[in-house]
Design a protein. Structure first.
Length: 378
């Protein structure tokens, strides 16, 4: 019997596995695909994640961005230098995720990839997981199988509202002047945004429906294709992917019986800019801490995990959700009175890099947006 079984070897799951194994706990890490595997994602990640690991992450940083360019309907641009300690990181998810998995295995975790979970049951304080390679038991279970996974539903958690994301991966030469600039486009995609991240071998162009509903896959593909053409990107070597997103909107219960939800499974993604990697990794760290405490006899440890995520991550993302709701309801005004102001881009860059929280800016941003909607003000 294992101390913990983790279903899903993305950043949240592999982070939890690494930290549990580092504490001498026995861990089985299950993944339905074979590693390394591709993951649809823009690949932008805050350098702040380095604080949660005792090994160097820079070997798998594909590129670094120190400049951001915002546009409104492909025009009206505003650019800003990142006023941060460390530039924004770009990663290739197959390389990045595999690196974290390898570190977890080196720490003592047992990996079974190409192993699909077909059933899960918790009885008498034992979690039993049935896979395509057999049945395994553990004292605790972490569900990290992502927004499209079945674990949360099987475990009886409330279904999260899903939104639609997409990425257009383009393999092409990147001009030196473009290698260090991330681009965000507002106004073209209703209830969402587009963004373009430069990599060493091309671009990841992404789209996300942030407000209102899932949207249509064909609309996202059309928007991304048009966006790439506007940017002058050669699409001869390109591939389109779509995927569901669970964005944070309110406090949630993330523990039940002997199980915890982390990362995309828990819906811990930014509802304004759809950032998911940094909060996913933090949830993996906190889940590992909770299970170590539970194994030591703390009966309130799993409930403490829910409280910790809601207070340390969720409360800030609730503010982002409120700001997102107003922003995407009145995007033209929001762009004019928010994004185009000189300090706005710098503040957003510091949020992207993990050096600023939404709690530090939301009150001021909301007041500015609201005042612009009142006749005679703004």
């Amino acid at each position: 019997m294992f101390d913990c079984i983790i279903v899903g070897a993305g950043p949240a799951g592999s982070t939890a596995a690494y930290h549990l194994s580092n504490q001498g706990r026995s861990v089985l890490l299950l993944e339905k695909k074979s590693f390394p595997r591709y993951k649809p994602c823009g690949g932008g990640v805050s350098p702040a994640i380095q604080q949660w690991f005792d090994f160097d992450l820079t070997p798998v940083v594909d590129n670094k961005v120190n400049r951001v360019r915002f546009t409104w309907k492909k025009g009206d641009p505003v650019e800003t230098e990142l006023d941060t300690t460390e530039p924004f990181w770009m990663v290739q998810r197959d390389v990045f995720d595999n690196f974290l998995v390898e570190k977890a295995v080196e720490a003592g975790s047992e990996l079974q990839d190409n192993s699909e979970v077909t059933a899960v049951q918790i009885s008498n304080d034992i979690a039993s997981v049935t896979t395509s390679k057999g049945k395994f038991d553990a004292r605790y279970l972490i569900a990290a199988d992502g927004a499209s996974g079945a674990m949360a539903n099987w475990l009886g958690f409330k279904e999260a509202k899903q939104f639609l994301g997409a990425v257009l991966e383009v393999e092409t030469a990147v001009a030196p002047a473009e290698r260090n600039t991330a681009k965000f486009e507002f106004g073209s995609l209703k209830n969402g945004l587009l963004w373009c991240f430069p990599k060493s071998n091309g671009y990841s162009l992404s789209a996300g429906i942030i407000r209102g509903g899932k949207g249509k896959v064909k609309d996202l593909e059309k928007q991304l294709t048009n966006y790439a053409s506007e940017l002058g990107i050669n699409l001869s070597q390109s591939q389109f992917y779509n995927y569901p997103m669970n964005l944070w909107s309110s406090e949630r219960q993330l523990h039940q019986n002997n199980a915890l939800l982390v990362g995309e499974t828990a819906g811990i993604a930014d509802p304004l800019i759809a950032e998911g990697i940094r909060p996913a990794i933090l949830s993996g760290v906190k889940a590992a801490e909770a299970i170590v405490k539970a194994l030591a006899g703390d009966r309130n440890a799993l409930a403490g995990y829910t409280d910790t995520i809601n207070s340390e991550i969720g409360s800030d993302l609730v503010l982002a959700q409120r700001l997102s709701g107003l922003f995407f309801q009145f995007p033209g005004i929001a762009y004019r009175v928010g994004v185009k102001r000189p300090y706005a881009g710098k503040m957003m860059s510091r949020i992207l890099c993990g050096e600023l929280r939404y709690a530090d800016i939301t009150d001021m941003a909301m007041q500015r947006l609201k005042s612009s909607l009142i006749p005679g003000r703004g």
